[in-house]
Design a protein around this ligand. Structure first.
Ligand SMILES: [Zn+2]
Length: 116
């Protein structure tokens, strides 16, 4: 499963710190002094929330993705999670493929048929 850190990577958000709670360049107001905080874990539980102490933007990884990708409407979070899942799976699949490249040729789901 992915978390807000993966969403930050997907969206190309620049990190200022690392860890379970990290500061980033605010994608909403552009603050670079660490006012925007992404939190993966809070009190031992997954949080996946963000809050900017400068512009006040806050929410979770779905609102973050939906807002930055311009997804709107009543189904925005549903759309966001579907898209996120797809993109994260693809990123994970690419990673796995790289690390286990020589294991087997099991690239299903892509619908690619190497018949010539
Ligand atoms: Zn901000």
């Amino acid at each position: 499963m992915f978390n807000i850190s993966d969403v930050a990577n997907l969206l190309g958000i620049k990190r200022l710190t690392e860890g379970n709670s990290f500061n980033v360049v605010c994608p909403f107001c552009g603050d670079t002094r660490g006012k925007m905080n992404f939190r993966i874990v809070k009190d031992g539980e997954l949080a996946n929330t963000y809050h900017c102490f400068k512009c006040g933007a806050h929410g979770n990884m779905l609102t973050l993705y939906a807002d930055l990708m311009g997804i709107c409407g009543v189904d925005r979070y549903k759309i966001a999670i579907v898209k996120l899942r797809r993109r994260c799976m693809r990123a994970l699949a690419a990673e796995t493929a790289m690390t286990a490249a020589s294991q087997n040729d099991d690239t299903d789901r892509g619908g690619r048929n190497s018949k010539s």
